[in-house]
Design a protein around this ligand. Structure first.
Ligand SMILES: Cc1cc2nc3c(=O)[nH]c(=O)nc-3n(C[C@H](O)[C@H](O)[C@H](O)COP(=O)(O)OP(=O)(O)OC[C@H]3O[C@@H](n4cnc5c(N)ncnc54)[C@H](O)[C@@H]3O)c2cc1C
Length: 394
């Protein structure tokens, strides 16, 4: 694969102004032609429909060839090394173009980021190039049948053996597990150490004979996640970071709070919902429901929330750049954005727009997941109550 990473000579200091505009123009110029042929039609499908997944794989390759492999990885590891403002602007252009989500999202964000921060030199050299090339697709093994919201309650056990570790347990709701090559597997390695210091991360080879995946069909009819049964021996060199520190390596608090990366990534959806709003307006005129004053008022309300979302992202990133912890702001954005998106798809279906019926229906079903996946909104409400409103733990 020929790749020329687009460097950033100096980190932008402002979201606006001529330099920011130049940056956006360059990204748009290089990114737009990298969107795979067929994506316009595939937008009618859900994000994880097999056809969409194949285009997402192409997008990872073509975006890399266009010079944008992973914008937040440092350049020494093959990323762009963009600063937080470049990341936001990049994500905004991405969302405006309604380009696909990366297929190897968990390879870039979870495994890649953790490897860069905590991996040994040999682990970085072994795993990072394979993430970039798309050879290794990653999945995230946190949730288990007895609970997903409480990550620290993991039951999958890791026991030391003469040559490494024996890992035994079960994961569930593991996105991409039917096709993944590696799992970022959170494992309990000490029965006695205190909570939050008794877990370790293993970079599990999904093709080992002791790993068995049973796909689970979701509400859209697609089986892109599954439950994973694990009973394997692995060498110690696939353990990532210090033994017992798996909770820190896995929580978004550890991975990206200081850099504002997690907050910046919300910018893609923030821009995307802007594009959806234009489609909603069209449906308000074209739909069978007709566009009376009630419809206009709801469109206005959504428009305000869409704009609010965009500014929340910028504000959270600006705060992270000033050294403020971004986790509370990210929690607010998780709740706000997922509920906004569900509000939009519900309203869209009420408009009964034949032209975009399939588009909205697939999103409406697919995005039911948003308030659960990545941790349920109730948990994020706890964070906001606790850290933002200072209400303490009830
Ligand atoms: C589409 C999709 C993809 C997913 N992909 C992955 C993946 O790739 N990897 C992975 O590890 N997991 C994945 N998950 C799992 C997801 O992270 C969990 O479903 C989520 O964390 C909730 O865990 P649970 O389903 O076990 O619910 P539980 O932990 O049993 O919680 C059930 C409900 O109880 C409430 N609740 C629980 N605890 C609290 C609390 N402390 N305060 C207030 N309310 C609470 C919430 O309403 C919660 O929804 C995915 C889920 C979905 C829907």
């Amino acid at each position: 694969m020929t790749t020329q990473v687009v460097p950033v000579s100096s980190s932008l200091q402002s979201f606006t102004g001529p330099e920011a505009e130049d940056f956006r123009e360059t990204v748009r110029y290089r990114l737009a032609p990298a969107i795979p042929d067929g994506w316009e039609e595939a937008k009618e499908l859900t994000e994880n429909h097999p056809e969409a997944l194949e285009l997402r794989r192409q997008w990872d390759r073509k975006r890399t060839e266009a010079g944008y492999p992973v914008i937040f990885w440092p350049r020494e590891y093959g990323g762009n090394g963009f600063g937080p403002i470049e990341q936001v602007l990049f994500h905004e252009v991405w969302g405006e173009l309604e380009a696909p989500q990366p297929l190897n999202l968990l390879g870039y964000t979870l495994a890649g980021r953790a490897l860069i921060d905590w991996g040994t030199t040999a682990q970085k050299e072994g795993f990072l190039p394979r993430i970039l090339s798309g050879e290794d697709l990653w999945c995230e093994g946190f949730s288990e049948p007895n609970g997903g919201a409480d990550m620290a309650a993991v039951q999958t056990r890791g026991t030391k053996t003469a040559s490494g570790w024996h890992i035994e347990g079960q994961k569930i709701w593991t996105s991409f597990s039917p096709r993944a090559d590696r799992m970022y597997c959170l494992t309990k390695t000490s029965p006695t150490a205190p909570r939050h210091h008794n877990l370790s991360v293993f970079m599990l080879d999904m093709h080992l004979p002791g790993v068995h995946v049973e796909p689970i069909r979701d509400i859209t009819g697609i089986a892109e996640f599954g439950q994973v049964f694990i009973d394997v021996e692995v060498p110690d060199d696939v353990r990532l970071g210090a033994e017992g520190e798996g909770w820190t390596l896995s929580s978004i608090v550890g991975a990206n709070r200081q850099r504002g990366e997690g907050a910046a990534a919300f910018a893609t959806r923030a821009a995307e919902v802007g594009a959806w709003l234009r489609r909603l307006r069209h449906c308000a005129k074209a739909g069978r429901r007709g566009g009376g004053s009630g419809v206009a008022a709801r469109l206005d309300e959504i428009a305000v929330r869409v704009e609010g979302y965009r500014w929340q992202v910028r504000r959270a990133v600006a705060q992270a750049m000033r050294g403020r912890e971004a986790f509370a702001a990210q929690s607010i954005m998780k709740i706000y954005s997922t509920e906004l998106i569900q509000q939009m798809t519900e309203f869209a279906l009420e408009l009964e727009c034949d032209e975009h019926e399939r588009y909205w229906r697939s999103r409406h079903l697919d995005f039911r997941k948003l308030t659960i996946a990545g941790g349920p909104n109730e948990i994020y409400r706890n964070v906001v109550a606790n850290r933002v409103l200072g209400m303490g733990r009830g």
